[in-house]
Write a protein that binds this ligand. Structure first.
Ligand code: ZN
Length: 459
């Protein structure tokens, strides 16, 4: 028997998201090292032994979740400080971000990772927030999470406090970042090109970064929205709507992930489908910011055209939670309501967004995103011994419409149990919470970015 086998035995349901989308009742999964060796009916695997066996009679197993847009770093330290209707939110965001020290970023990243893993996220894209990756490497290593990192670059004047460099320097910084970090930590760490947005970067920079990503076999992500106002501005400046502009300059393709992607028109959706560009949509941020899903949300049309759509939670000060079960829920219900059509984004589709489609959008669909022999063992085990999971007949409906991340019981990444019966063992949580609270107090005092603590008197 190999030294690192793990068996998940007698699971109430295994939601495989495999090609047939099988849901196995009373299923077992055998993991050897990083990989899934076998998955099937418990009765067929009853003879198989392992070094560790998890009795999963009360558990529902799904693939691990992929979070396509999650700014780590500053946000956890000042979570919830912005009033709902705060003005110039993003100006404050980037001033707070710029003020983070190396030590502060390590602790806030650690807290974010604890929250991500305990809510079932096994892999996330940090769109260039991390300023001190070396300081945070230990957190990535200890926690066992998968992370896609990059250095945020821009080369044009922009209203917010973003890192700006001459074009050539932005390119060379990205090249050395990818060279230094891609495929580290047993391939759990990936490094991508991360221009902030097309508005803050020249065509030359975007084109150069896409070329770098192609040459290094890696990805590129940037913030991207359309809608009537940006379309007008792009037409005036470039003679093309935003998404067609990106295509025209050679910045789209199968290794590109556009964040938010609101306000696309039909021609722009065709453009993404044609170039096999993926998107990461953040339903909770869009809703909280009043972005108008009825007018600007095009998720059903993107999916109908075969565009790979991932879900993003965005930061702890955007949505303000990192729970992809809540994001799945919102994705599943907001289009039904906005368009008065209950056929839109069924619960099964919502689960695909967070799992297989997410993995495909990250370029990792051949290795991750479903529970199949040969794939890497990234799994979430949900505890059904909870009121919100009862009664249980349809596990996907219960997951998407009734549960949330609090019923995540156990999480496995790369074959390693990183959350074990609700507990992680890589950090002392009470001390970490205290530390991040203090960082938040210091950060507000240092930047002067403070707000009344709510609309009601705090006595
Ligand atoms: Zn963002």
């Amino acid at each position: 028997m190999p030294s690192s086998t793990l068996k998940i035995e007698n699971a109430r349901f295994v939601v495989t998201v495999d090609q047939q989308r099988r849901i196995i009742q009373d299923g077992s999964i055998l993991i050897d090292g990083q990989h899934i060796m076998d998955v099937g009916k418990a009765a067929d695997l009853v003879e198989v032994r392992a070094n560790r066996v998890i009795d999963a009679r009360h558990l529902v197993v799904t693939p691990g979740f992929f979070n396509g847009h999650m700014h780590i770093s500053y946000a956890h330290a000042v979570r919830g400080i912005f009033p709902d209707d705060v003005e110039n939110r993003l100006a404050h965001v980037f001033n707070l971000q710029a003020a983070m020290s190396e030590e502060e970023e390590y602790y806030t990243s650690l807290l974010a990772i604890v929250e991500l893993l305990k809510n079932g996220t096994v892999c996330f894209v940090d769109p260039g927030s991390t300023k001190f990756p070396d300081a945070c490497l230990q957190a990535y290593e200890d926690s066992g999470v998968r992370i896609i990192l990059g250095e945020c670059v821009t080369d044009r004047a922009f209203p917010w406090n973003l890192p700006r460099y001459p074009t050539e320097e932005a390119l060379s910084r990205t090249k050395s970042f990818i060279g230094k970090y891609d495929h580290r930590l047993g391939d759990r760490l990936r490094a991508w090109a991360m221009p902030f947005s097309a508005e803050s970067c020249s065509a030359g920079l975007l084109r150069g970064l896409k070329k770098l990503a192609d040459e290094h076999g890696t990805g590129l992500t940037l913030h991207h929205n359309s809608g009537p106002k940006p379309r007008e501005q792009y037409l005036a400046e470039h003679g093309l709507p935003p998404t067609e502009y990106l295509e025209a300059i050679g910045a789209l393709g199968p290794n590109v992930l556009l964040a938010h992607a609101l306000g696309l028109d039909d021609a722009e959706i065709d453009c993404l489908a044609r170039t096999e560009t993926s998107v990461a949509m953040c339903p909770s941020t869009a809703a909280k910011e009043g972005r108008g899903v009825r007018e600007h949300g095009r998720m059903p049309e993107l999916l109908a055209k075969g565009v790979k759509v991932a879900l993003g939670s965005d930061s702890a000060n955007s949505s303000n939670h990192l729970d992809l079960v809540r994001s799945m829920n919102l994705a599943a219900i907001q289009y039904k309501d906005a368009r008065q059509d209950t056929g839109l984004i069924p619960a099964e589709t919502a689960l695909e967004l967070a799992t297989l489609l997410g993995a495909q959008a990250f370029g990792l669909g051949d290795q991750l995103g479903s529970i199949e022999a040969g794939k890497k063992a990234d799994l979430v085990l949900f505890d059904t011994n909870r009121p919100e999971w009862q009664a249980l007949f349809n596990p996907i409906n219960n997951l998407v419409y009734s549960a949330d991340g609090r019923s995540v019981h156990t999480v496995i990444v790369d074959g390693r149990v990183v959350v074990d019966a609700y507990r992680q063992s890589f950090v002392h949580e009470a001390r970490l919470f205290q530390k991040v609270q203090e960082i938040g107090e210091r950060l507000q005092a240092r930047t002067g970015i403070t707000f009344p603590r709510g609309r009601w008197p705090m006595v």
